[in-house]
Design a protein around this ligand. Structure first.
Ligand code: RB5
Length: 157
């Protein structure tokens, strides 16, 4: 699989080890930076990964910051991207089976490298379940369409 990876300074300690881990499992890795652990702004790097995924230049994205939260907020704003912050293997499985997540956002400060490797394994090997989940994911993605009026709201008023 072709996978883009990036981090900020807080996730940098795990970026190269996770990139090496992915390569050792046969994946092609596109490193979107940074090149050092100098303080930087996570949106700059999360956005690079998200746009590669949105353009179909890579199949999946992996972004690491301190918590995984800021990079998820950033990446999920790019049309076509479904980015989620994940701290457990079970959530990685559900993010794929139910949400068809194409970008995973990891914590470099609160989750060990070994646990993130296991999380990545699950994220990359679990298929989307489709069916009722496909209907829901389609509704999420329609929000990308500026002509989509949104889900009708009827509060009985
Ligand atoms: C950097 O200090 C930290 O805010 C960042 O890595 C991330 O956790 C933000 O969500």
């Amino acid at each position: 699989m072709r996978i883009a990876i990036a981090s900020d300074h807080a996730g940098f300690v795990q970026k190269d080890p996770l990139a090496d881990y992915l390569r050792s499992h046969g994946h092609e890795v596109v490193d979107c930076g940074p090149a050092t652990d100098a303080r930087c702004d996570y949106p700059d790097f999360a956005d690079k990964v998200a746009r590669l995924v949105a353009r179909g230049e890579v199949e999946r994205g992996v972004i690491i910051c301190g918590t995984g939260l800021g990079v998820a907020l950033t990446a999920d704003k790019v049309a076509g991207v479904r980015a989620l912050p994940i701290q457990t293997v079970e959530f990685a499985r559900l993010a794929r089976e139910h949400n068809d997540a194409n970008v995973i956002c990891l914590s470099g400060r609160f989750v060990s490298l070994e646990d993130n490797e296991a999380i990545l394994d699950t994220f990359l090997t679990t298929e989307f379940a489709g069916g009722r989940h496909a209907v829901r994911v389609e509704k999420i993605m329609r929000e990308d369409d500026p002509d989509f009026p949104g889900v009708p709201m009827d509060f009985g008023m």
